[in-house]
Design a protein. Sequence first.
Length: 141
Amino acid sequence: LGFENIELGNNVYFGKNSYIYANNNGELIIGDNFGMNSNSQLGASFGKIFIGDNCQIAANCVIRSADHNFDNCDIPIRVQGHKYGEIIIEDDVWIASNCVITPNTKIGKSSIVGAGSVVTKNIEPYSIVGGVPAKLIKKRE
């Protein structure tokens, strides 16, 4: 599943039924002191996911650097292929349970993504965000 395109730092933990992949020239880089809980997915096929040091991803999260293309209504979505991008998760980020992180997003240093959120835009450092789509709740001090 593209293991040659995956770099893992020191002290990395994956919970039960976690799934990571970076095939088709994708790239997945994970820093030190990382934990991902059960049933979560890091999918970097064709795109890139970079995760800094001291990050935590809770259970049931989906983080994928690709999404379906759906530009042409005359062609079934499943045959239109995919769009690819990049996801950057800076140091000391906590992503709570049941979150989705979409391509071409950046989560700034020391931020928290609340449970059940969908991240569709960049998040500034030291932010607490939540909702669908994720919006700023407050800044960490």
